[in-house]
Ligand binder design. Structure first.
Ligand SMILES: NC(=O)c1ccc[n+]([C@@H]2O[C@H](COP(=O)([O-])OP(=O)(O)OC[C@H]3O[C@@H](n4cnc5c(N)ncnc54)[C@H](OP(=O)(O)O)[C@@H]3O)[C@@H](O)[C@H]2O)c1
Length: 223
């Protein structure tokens, strides 16, 4: 049995990977920006350095951290506010980076870190900050894979296209959903199962590190 911290465990992808890990008899600790009374939750607000700093007191040894957290694309260039820019950077990049820095002491040898990037890192997004932070996650993944190899910790990333039935999908018009489907080669969207199964694969493959795995039905081939 292994112990994983899933940050964003209440989300579409986070809840599916949590379910899969539990079904495989692993222990899952859920990180949430909300304060839960349930003992399986720890309070981690990626926009708040004080909650991240408090993790110094957290002693649970971990076999991995999965960042399934996120803040969906919301603003085009014309609408772009400073608040939105900061939130995007904090939730996707600086929050995870600082969390890893504090929780490094908890990560066991052979532990694994997973980020969720997006096809937006490669093809762009109507929200320029979203595409930007997803590109940054790819770079963070690769640089941490090198840095943390000294600690025998692997770092990988998945980059899904639009995920069926996710919060972003539900907020989209049918026309937009169909545009995404038609851009794939298999005329299908990614599912939360596709994402959870790929995360689980990356957690178990001891010779894979620094990789970004595309889950997009051939919408983008990778480079
Ligand atoms: N859905 C898609 O189509 C799609 C496609 C490509 C990539 N992705 C990426 O996949 C990841 C997960 O997406 P999703 O669709 O599962 O998202 P989601 O359902 O909106 O869930 C996002 C999670 O992030 C957590 N969160 C929000 N603000 C936070 C904060 N300040 N600190 C810590 N956690 C915070 C929330 O949990 P709490 O409220 O409990 O904190 C929530 O459970 C995101 O990074 C997203 O960009 C999604």
């Amino acid at each position: 049995m292994k112990t994983y911290l899933v940050i964003g465990a209440t989300g579409s992808i986070g809840s599916k990977i949590t379910e899969l890990l539990k079904n495989n008899n692993h222990e899952v600790i859920k990180g949430s920006s909300a304060k839960h009374t349930n003992e399986n939750f720890i309070h981690i607000d990626l926009t708040d350095n004080a909650t991240i700093g408090k993790l110094i007191e957290y002693n649970q040894p971990l076999d991995g951290i999965i960042f399934a957290s996120g803040y969906e694309p919301k603003q085009s260039l014309k609408e772009m506010s400073l608040d939105h820019q900061n939130k995007m950077i904090q939730i996707h990049v600086t929050g995870p980076l600082n969390t890893i820095k504090v929780l490094l002491k908890n990560l066991k040898e052979n532990a694994s870190i997973i980020f969720i990037s997006s096809i937006a890192a490669y093809k762009g997004s109507y929200d320029p900050m979203y595409a930007t932070v997803k590109g940054a996650i790819n770079s963070l993944c690769k640089t941490l894979a090198v840095e943390l190899s000294k600690n025998k910790i692997r770092v990988n990333c998945i980059a899904p296209g639009l995920v069926e039935d996710s919060v972003v999908y539900k907020g989209m018009t049918q026309d937009f959903r169909e545009k995404h489907i038609n851009n794939t080669l298999d005329k299908k969207l990614a599912t939360v199962d596709d994402c959870a199964n790929t995360i689980n694969f990356l957690l178990t493959q001891e010779h894979i590190t620094g990789q970004v795995i595309h889950i997009n039905g051939g919408q983008y081939f990778g480079a």
